[in-house]
Design a protein around this ligand. Sequence first.
Ligand code: UDX
Length: 447
Amino acid sequence: MALKITVIGTGYLGATHAAAMAELGFEVLGLDVVPEKIEMLGRGEVPMFEPGLEDLLRKHVAGIEGSTGRLRFTMDWAEVAEFGDVHFVCVNTPQKHGEYACDMSYVDAAVESLAKHLSRPCLVVGKSTVPVGSADRLAARLLELAPGGAEVELAWNPEFLREGFAVQDTLHPDRIVVGVRSERAEKLLREVYATPVAAGSPFVVTDFPTAELVKTSANSFLATKISFINAMAEVCEAAGGDVAKLAEAIGHDDRIGKKFLRAGIGFGGGCLPKDIRAFMARAGELGADQALTFLREIDSINMRQRGQMVELAREALGGGPFLGKRVAVLGATFKPDSDDVRDSPALNVAGQIHLQGGQVTVYDPKGMTNARRLFPTLGYADTAIEAVRGADVVLHLTEWREFRELDPRELGEVAATRLILDGRNALDPELWRGAGWTYRAMGRPTA
Ligand code: UDX
């Protein structure tokens, strides 16, 4: 009989994982503690913007006309425990307020709420990004709480999906990593992932700590690449070099690769910044903090980029205070193809200028609702052209395709000054300069 799967937590990770498991042919039951989320998902609506996710949900959510009916949602822990052979824990692990460490309370609460009802054999699989050592601790907790005793086992299976590509990354992962303690756990996970593995996704079997570390070290490496190129941008700026050319040229070396070498205002979002901080905090607890001191520099280079963008804007406007200056901001989300504004460099830059007296107007294709909620005092416009109307400077801070496709001539007619600062090195300088704009980007020559 086909395995029955449950997914606990229905954020970016869980909602996508649940829909993907249904797409792979399993019966799936998703659980969340927020009633509004469960109601929306039950109607086949996604509480966030993620390309392709709503279509996938609607294809499987029970009760939707023409759906497979394989996917349902509930708030009932006992129902989930009774239903599942494999339970995926997909709740978030945010940064603790005022600390580097991550907040494990959601994971702990999820495992404990579930464990009390687990009276039949099953596998609980952690997917959340956690400090190394958590799986070991949670396995002991399961054993302590679950009425099913040793028949209730834990495994760790980190998730590497990127927002904006969540569906594709979940259905066709680069690799599947599983931390297991028994052949039975490995066998169950091989069954779950049989389809992507048959299609070529590598399946890496390892122990708990290694599985946990694969995730945090992968994110640390990605963050390092971005901060490395941003450091090179600073040097280019000082020496009169062009960081975009430099990235292209070093990227031709296969050992370095072209990806994640786009200089700009740096990384944000709900993962990279908090994951590298939590990793440092955990290394400290383990007495290995020396090994990760470089991550402190990666973090500070990243945060410095935001301030440098503000200074670039100030300088471009002739120096001095922002008071009375009209600043158009294109982009609010931390990356394109997402509505996520968590730790968004774009909103941070917009906020700094606003707090220094600038009259800021923000436009983003999908992030307006979340941005307004997080930063209600900023000005907002419904279109890029409205944001740019009357602006003394335009800041391009999230590299949406829509912004690359803007017509600089049309925008030039409504802007007060044709001055654009590209905080993502993603626009075509020649196009903008050709339309009479002064184009500036971090780490690139002025003209
Ligand atoms: C990241 C990891 O990529 C993913 O594997 C993990 O599961 C979760 O964290 P995500 O947070 O969706 O995914 O974003 P990602 O695509 O990695 O981008 C992170 C940030 O880096 C964005 O703000 C992006 O704009 C920035 N970035 C990315 C750069 O500044 N330069 C680059 O070259 C690439």
